[in-house]
Design a protein around this ligand. Structure first.
Ligand SMILES: [Zn+2]
Ligand SMILES: [Zn+2]
Length: 155
C-alpha cells in the first residue's frame, strides 16, 4: 500500500492523505484518512482507492441516505478503473459486501420503529412512516461505513 500511497500523493496533489484509525473521505478538508491493516493488506489497498475516488469525483454532500448510496456505488465504479491504472485488481465480492453493508444500514434506518413499515426519508435527519405517521430521527449519515465482517467481528 505504501507504494500506491506515494503514487496517489504524486498524481492527486489536491487531495491530502492523513494517517488515522480508519479509511474515510472528508469533503470539508479534502482529505483521505487511511490506516494500516496488517491482517488484510489487499482490502486496505482497495479501501484507499475507494476513498481517493470519492475525492477525485469531488463527492461533497448528499440530501438523503439514498443519494449517499448512489455516491458509494459511483466511488466503487471509479475505484475499479483507478485500480487498472495502478495495476490493482479489486475483488468484486468485496465491493458487493461493502454495498450490502450500506443497504442493510439504509434498511435499518428506514424501518419504522413502531410498525416496521419501510418508509421514505423526509429530510437529512428524519424519516416519516406513511403507514402510522410516526416520525423518527437519524444521525447524520456519512461516507464509508465499515464493511460487514463475514467471519469474526473484532471488538
Ligand atoms: Zn409506522
Ligand atoms: Zn465510500
Amino acid at each position: 500500500m505504501k507504494k500506491l500511497l506515494e503514487q496517489l500523493r504524486a498524481d492527486y496533489p489536491q487531495i491530502a492523505f492523513v494517517y488515522g484509525d480508519a479509511f474515510y473521505w472528508s469533503p470539508q478538508d479534502k482529505s483521505v484518512t487511511y490506516c494500516e491493516s496488517s491482517n488484510d493488506p489487499a482490502v486496505a489497498t482497495w479501501s484507499l482507492l475507494h476513498e481517493v475516488s470519492h475525492g477525485i469525483l469531488d463527492h461533497t454532500s448528499y440530501k438523503s441516505d439514498f443519494e449517499l448510496m448512489e455516491l458509494e456505488v459511483a466511488a466503487w465504479h471509479h475505484a475499479l478503473n483507478l485500480g487498472k491504472k495502478y495495476h490493482v485488481r479489486i475483488d468484486q465480492e468485496h465491493i458487493q459486501d461493502c454495498l450490502d453493508t450500506y443497504r442493510d444500514w439504509l434498511h435499518r434506518r428506514s424501518t419504522c420503529p413502531t410498525c416496521s413499515m419501510v418508509s421514505v426519508q423526509k429530510d437529512p435527519k428524519s424519516y416519516e412512516c406513511f403507514n402510522c405517521r410516526c416520525v423518527w430521527h437519524v444521525s447524520n449519515s456519512r461516507f464509508c461505513r465499515p464493511y460487514r465482517l463475514k467471519k469474526t467481528v473484532i471488538a
